[in-house]
Design a binder for this molecule. Structure first.
Ligand SMILES: [Zn+2]
Length: 327
């Protein structure tokens, strides 16, 4: 387990922006496993310290732990958002400090007595050593930073430091968004979660039925993936976004295929194996031979084979790495 590591070296000397984006995307989204919000906390602490580094790109554990403790104090004590993180070591230590000192729960970290701040930072730092530095290091495949528990030094990869500075605003928005989303889910704050869900699916259609009818009318009535025969009005007939909706965020005929329920359910939010890319490109060529279909989707006028291929490749670059095959 990577979180048990006491020292982690940088695994790559050279990193492209594309590689960094890709790793970030995977870490931020649900594609990386998170039992707690720690990874977001460390990313936020890193952002806060982008300009505190020395010439080698190093910051001390104390600097990072200070930022991290501030974030968690305000989250857990001040905002009382401890659910889901309850029982986590950082939360327990902070709750102990708060109750031992009889500190009112609305006190923010900045208002704490410096000796209490120091005690909190020290305790949180020890938790970070066992649960945080190694975990994010593992998630980023050792490409973003090096760390050493003995010297208590954390070293940014040069390219990552440059990247985070260059896209800092975007980084902050992304980290905050995903962290908030996780906290909201854990705390069952119905209104905000509801709102985020709404924002995310604002462009989503409520039904793909019209597309289903068009596809059934013009194409072979069988599952695009497994070939099972399909029929109109059958509940087994589904419409699938070849490139997942969560990535394309739109419903276009050229990205929709008829499938059986089994394939659609098991494919879910995944990318199909590349062989199907050729099939869908071919299917779309015949789609274009029916100019009347433009009434169902004006975007057909702008469809090009390259678009499909690029989308396929970009989706993988954006973390859709789980490639699906019909069973
Ligand atoms: Zn099927």
């Amino acid at each position: 387990m990577s979180h048990k590591l006491k020292v982690g070296e940088l695994k790559a000397l050279y990193l492209t922006e594309e590689q960094i984006w890709r790793t970030f995307t995977i870490v931020l989204t649900a594609r990386s496993k998170k039992s707690a919000t720690y990874k977001f906390g460390l990313l936020k602490a890193m952002v806060e310290n982008l300009y505190q580094v020395d010439e080698q790109g190093q910051v001390t554990y104390d600097q990072l732990a200070y930022s991290f403790t501030k974030i968690y104090w305000n989250l857990v004590i001040h905002h009382q958002l401890e659910q889901g993180t309850r029982g986590s070591a950082v939360v327990n230590r902070l709750l102990d400090i708060q109750s031992q000192g009889n500190i009112p729960r609305d006190v923010t970290f900045d208002k704490l007595d410096p000796t209490i701040q120091l005690r909190a930072v020290k305790q949180v730092k020890s938790v970070m050593k066992t649960n945080v530095f190694g975990a994010l290091y593992g998630d980023t495949h050792g490409a973003f930073y090096a760390f050493d528990h003995k010297t208590e030094q954390f070293q940014f990869h040069k390219a990552v430091l440059t990247f985070m500075r260059k896209y800092q605003r975007l980084m902050v928005d992304l980290i905050n968004y995903h962290m908030a989303k996780m906290i909201e889910q854990l705390n069952e704050v119905p209104n905000v979660h509801y709102l985020l869900d709404k924002v995310e699916s604002i462009a989503k259609r409520s039904t793909l039925k019209p597309f289903e009818n068009v596809l059934l009318q013009y194409f072979e009535q069988s599952c695009f993936y497994c070939g099972r025969s399909l029929a109109k009005g059958d509940v087994q007939t589904h419409v699938d976004h070849f490139i997942p909706w969560s990535f394309v965020q739109s419903d276009h005929l050229w990205n929709l295929v008829l499938t059986c329920r089994r394939c659609n359910t098991s494919k879910n939010d995944k990318i199909p194996v590349r062989d199907y890319l050729d099939d869908v490109v071919e299917r779309n060529e015949s789609l274009l031979t029916y100019p009347e279909l433009v009434v169902h989707d004006r975007d057909l006028l702008h469809y090009k084979e390259e678009k499909m291929v690029h989308l396929y490749e970009y989706s993988i670059q954006n973390g859709y790495e789980d490639i699906w095959l019909p069973s």
